[in-house]
Design a protein around this ligand. Structure first.
Ligand code: URA
Length: 433
């Protein structure tokens, strides 16, 4: 078999065979297929797509390209959630302790920030002492003891995805439905949880810009999971506007703590509760109403907050920071952005806001950059809000004073202002089960 012919077949819009797809995944993972041939194939996939059958084969080949996690000792109680990536999306920090406090088992691997989107591992590392690289033994011990552990992706899980993702990131082939579906689902299948709830983001800050594309991606991933014996659902949520008010690592942890303390912004609470409800309903095989009541109670009686504290302390984090978020260090420099006129915010481009927070130091521009955990943005006004001249729209935070100017320019470019109140955009478009 020759890689040349596989590329040619996909270029000519032919369906690839199981042997061809497996040949490619094996060869690219072990280095016998070079980057230039892999990028030609991913570009051909970008333009011509893949059939459902091809995507399913690609997903399984990638899931089996390295180690897989065996969670069978926890029976069918293991649950996982995955977001396709957004700005201000700290829902894992809220959902994981809620569902763990209700008896679901979270043995989870999370990612770091990517491009303009944040990552759970970086956020957790903004908590003093929090260790995201537990040994296998400590990871399983912690899950057994308290029902929750979240670590960074370990060594040899889906090496095919690791290489392909890095390639796609620099060859403009990330935003392809079959490539995203196989990338996400290969990791989820390899990570072993029985119940998987996906948060498929849709809008200016997401890879999927329209509800139609988000739905196709959601349906594809749900089908792949179900065909592999997993309990699956996907919630399509809005990412035209950042979720919540805080963007940036420690700022997002502080906001997650607020939600688990019964406070926090309404949009974030709504999406986090919907995700937790879906996980609890699927995992316990109960209806949405019952699951939603359990989730509400876990927040109001403090058990979800206590689970967060227990989890943070178990992973070496400073529980005092959770009890009193004033302990989180503050950025040295901040700048308010003021409204210049009376008007409405008719839209905020979440991707531009994400990039603005990366400029401030909250994300990486290059792979090896270190993150400023205190950097980010607090939104005081959001899409649909009426603003008056002199109101603070947002505050930028950083330890690098020289980044403020360009971050502010980027932020201002993200705003569309109007005299007319914009139409409301739903927070949740649809649930695919
Ligand atoms: N997240 C992933 O893990 N993979 C993708 O391809 C896109 C988002």
């Amino acid at each position: 078999m020759r890689m040349y012919d596989i590329i040619k077949n996909k270029r000519d819009n032919k369906e690839l065979t199981k042997d061809e797809i497996e040949f490619f995944v094996k060869g690219y993972t072990d280095g016998t297929i070079p980057d230039y041939q892999a990028s030609a194939l991913t570009m051909a996939i970008f333009f011509n797509g893949m059939t459902e059958k091809e995507t399913a084969i690609l997903t399984l080949a990638m899931a089996n390209s390295g180690d897989t996690v065996d969670l069978s000792q926890f029976e069918n109680k293991t649950v996982d959630k995955h977001s396709t990536g957004g700005v201000g999306d700290k829902t894992t920090l809220i959902v994981a302790p809620i569902v763990a406090s209700l008896g679901c088992i979270i043995a989870k691997m999370s990612g770091r920030g990517l491009g303009h989107t944040g990552g759970t591992v970086d956020k957790l590392e903004s908590i003093d002492g929090f260790n995201t690289s537990l040994t296998n033994e400590d990871f399983f011990e912690q899950v057994k003891n308290i029902g929750i552990a979240v670590i960074g992706q370990t060594g040899n899980l889906t090496p095919a995805d690791k290489k392909l993702y890095a390639l796609r990131d620099v060859t403009a082939t990330v935003d392809s439905i079959p490539l995203i579906a196989s990338s996400i689902m290969s990791k989820k299948l390899a990570a072993g949880s029985h119940t998987i709830v996906l948060d498929v983001k849709c809008g200016s800050g997401a890879f999927m810009k329209t509800p139609e594309d988000a739905k196709s991606l959601a349906e594809e991933m749900v089908k792949i999971g179900k065909n592999n014996g997993r309990n699956m659902a996907a919630i399509i949520t809005d990412m035209n506007t950042p979720l919540g008010k805080n963007i940036g690592n420690s700022l997002e942890v502080i906001e997650a703590i607020a939600v688990l303390s019964g406070n926090g912004p309404d949009d974030l609470k709504f999406v986090a509760k919907a995700l937790a409800t879906e996980i609890v309903a699927l995992s316990k095989n109960i209806n949405t109403k019952e699951a939603s009541e359990l989730v509400e109670n876990a927040i109001s009686d403090g058990s979800a907050f206590n689970k967060l504290k227990e989890w943070v302390v178990a992973q070496g984090g400073n529980g005092e920071w959770i009890k009193n978020p004033d302990n989180f260090p503050k950025a040295k420099f901040c700048e308010d952005i003021f409204a210049e006129n009376d008007c409405y915010i008719s839209s905020m481009n979440a991707e531009e806001i994400g990039i603005s927070s990366v400029i401030l130091g909250a994300g990486r521009e290059k792979k090896d950059d270190t993150i400023d955990m205190t950097a980010g943005i607090i939104l005081n006004k959001k899409t649909g809000d009426k603003i008056k001249k002199g109101d603070i729209i947002a505050t930028l935070y950083t330890n690098n004073e020289s980044s403020l100017k360009s971050a502010k320019e980027k932020f201002l470019k993200s705003l569309e202002l109007s005299d007319i109140k914009p139409q409301e955009i739903p927070l949740i478009y649809e649930i695919v089960r």
